[in-house]
Design a binder for this molecule. Structure first.
Ligand SMILES: NC(=O)C1=CN([C@@H]2O[C@H](COP(=O)(O)OP(=O)(O)OC[C@H]3O[C@@H](n4cnc5c(N)ncnc54)[C@H](OP(=O)(O)O)[C@@H]3O)[C@@H](O)[C@H]2O)C=CC1
Ligand SMILES: O=C([O-])CC(=O)C(=O)O
Length: 267
């Protein structure tokens, strides 16, 4: 039985727990949320056949086989780094957090000291295997364009640049490096950071973000060129009803990582 703890109880975490509920080989024993989110989390989880315990931190004595971060940038320093130091394997979905200079190195150092490993999940984007393999031969250019409906950009700097609800045509709301994108759009540019970390790096990866009233899906487009050749990838991700910023594939990416951890043969 794989014993799992999950950080966060929002759109992704709740869908992941629904997907795992009742499995014989995997148990989600605890969920970690901010202190003022405990009551809401208990209510949200009450409908599960096996609701996990809700905590504000991993208990000293708790040793899950896997700690799964589905929370936000702040959760990495708060929960993931100490867990790695304590030897607990972690998977992370808030990849944009690694745009903070030095955080990737701190994660690697903590995992090395704990003799364990931290895995950055592919989340809403595909092709990360090809990009990371292509990097070994040398990449010349990687360009990422993220396109979402205007309402998915509410609460971001895009809302200061235009009246999102009144857009009638596709509007560029950001152009720059993956590092700048991930820092300015922590809930909308994890994919930009993922592509950058797998490929040309946070500075050299070119990012465009677009609010587009003509789409209903979260559309991710990647163009990569290097010694391996080139590829172009378009993903049209269905947003989660509970959070339009987040594509449902992110949930399946987390589920895959957990299920693979419990499986003898993985793909
Ligand atoms: N890699 C990828 O492709 C993608 C990554 N993401 C990222 O995944 C993360 C989760 O997304 P989603 O579920 O949609 O977001 P939600 O906002 O729906 O949920 C986030 C949850 O995490 C909790 N939380 C926030 N900070 C902390 C913390 N420091 N410790 C514990 N819990 C915390 C929140 O609690 P409360 O509500 O009480 O604050 C909430 O329960 C986000 O960082 C998002 O940007 C999303 C889409 C794609
Ligand atoms: O879920 C998505 O479509 C991607 C996303 O929000 C992100 O890159 O942060």
């Amino acid at each position: 039985m794989l014993n799992v703890a999950i950080i966060g109880c929002g759109a992704i975490a709740q869908s992941v727990m629904q997907g795992l509920d009742g499995r014989a080989d995997i148990a989600v024993a605890s969920v970690i949320v901010p202190a003022d989110g405990q009551t809401a989390a208990r209510e949200a989880l009450a409908a599960l056949a096996h609701p996990p315990a809700v905590h504000t931190a991993l208990a000293q004595a708790a040793r899950p086989d896997l700690l799964v971060e589905c929370a936000g940038h702040g959760a990495i320093a708060e929960h993931v780094l100490p867990a790695l130091e304590a030897g607990i394997a972690c998977v992370v979905v808030s990849i944009g957090a690694l745009s903070e200079p030095g955080l990737a190195e701190r994660l690697a150092d903590a995992a090395a000291r704990g003799h364990t490993r931290v895995e950055l999940l592919s989340g809403a984007i595909g092709g990360i295997d090809a990009l990371a393999a292509g990097r070994l031969g040398g990449l010349d250019e990687v360009v990422y364009t993220g396109r979402k409906p205007p309402h998915a950009w509410q609460g971001t700097p895009a809302a200061e640049r235009c009246v999102l609800a009144e857009l009638t045509e596709a509007t560029e709301i950001f152009a720059g490096s993956a590092r700048e994108a991930a820092a300015a759009f922590p809930k909308n540019a994890n994919v930009a950071a993922t592509i950058a970390l797998a490929g040309l790096g946070l500075e050299a990866t070119t990012v465009r973000l677009i609010a587009d009233p003509g789409v209903t899906d979260n559309v991710h487009h990647v163009r990569a060129r290097g010694a391996f050749g080139e590829f172009e990838l378009t993903m049209r991700g269905k947003p989660l009803a509970s959070n339009p910023k987040t594509s449902s594939l992110t949930v399946y990416s987390v589920l895959r990582a957990i299920v693979n951890r419990a499986a003898a043969l993985v793909i």
